[in-house]
Design a protein around this ligand. Sequence first.
Ligand SMILES: Cc1ncc(COP(=O)(O)O)c(C=O)c1O
Length: 377
Amino acid sequence: MEFCSKVAHVGLCTDAKTGAISTPIYQTATFRHPGLGQSTGFDYSRTQNPTRKVLEEAVADLENGVAGFAFSSGMAAVSGVLMIYSSGDHLVVVEDCYGGTYRILDKVFARFGITTTFVDSSALDEIAQAITPHTRAILVETPTNPLMKIADIRQIAALAHQHKLHCIVDNTFLTPYFQRPLELGADIVIHSGTKYLSGHNDVLCGIVVAREAELAEKIRFIQNATGAVLGPQDSWLLLRGMKTLALRMDRHNQNAGQVAQWLTTHPKVKQVYYPGLSDHPGRTIQESQASGYGGMLSFTVADAALVPQVLAKVKLLQFAESLGGVESLITFPAAQTHADIPVDIRTRLGISDCLLRLSVGIEHPQDIIKDLEQALD
Ligand SMILES: Cc1ncc(COP(=O)(O)O)c(C=O)c1O
């Protein structure tokens, strides 16, 4: 079955008893045991809930893994994966990762003795040089947030396996519609399902999918032991949102391409970061591992004074954190999503006071362009 058919059918007719088209929301904390030592397959909703199970099986199928796990937020999913490592372990992580991922590694997991080296994941030699005898995993986002750098998943996975490490990919920006890291050799995929998977800016959720059973069991244990699971109502919202993933992603991709192209011609815009632009340094790798460029782009304005002006003047675009919903959002990474990355690192990376990030929605592209035009004027 083609991906767009598969995704339109997630959660379809899962209740054989009633034939309900939509998966029911099993709003229950616990389940009656049929007898001593017996189970219906569900005992307690932290361990498993029927609505969450349908969602977890659907995302595992879409990402082509053996098992999926739904968490209460993207950060809970990131933490759940990081908790499979132990004190003394070392991780190699993309340097312009989501600020929350940087913060939890730097301020939380470091306290528990897990150390991290942050690297430019578009430079394979830099990743290789950062590997030590204590390294256990390489974690990348591609495209990165917010500078849209591209990491070569095939090469990074091969390098990881050469050193017996896990390759973990945060696939939030592209979703399995455009990119399936497990098929390229990665071991674990993470999502902030809050973004494109759910797609409507109305639910917080996180997803983990594992390629092999042994890792899946480790994550299953952590999910149940630590308890940051996705509730049944939110699991249903994610199932509902995912049905239109293919349609939405195509439109995000198309709109972002047009907006990015238009921004390159604007006299007050200095640089546009979008992997679909012909001069993007990662474009060839992007096209070798993904079937689209996504709906995220960043750009720098010529003068930092333009930033507050644009944020105050936008009307159609909403000045708000987050991304991946049907509505276009504009963000100022230096003060919002990436505020926890130390200023010297931000400056070196190019997350400057002139950088704005756009999550291009599914509105008419001319409306988005017109709004940006009047805001920049
Ligand atoms: C790439 C990426 N990963 C993880 C997260 C964390 O997800 P959440 O906000 O759902 O906790 C985000 C949030 O913006 C993100 O952009």
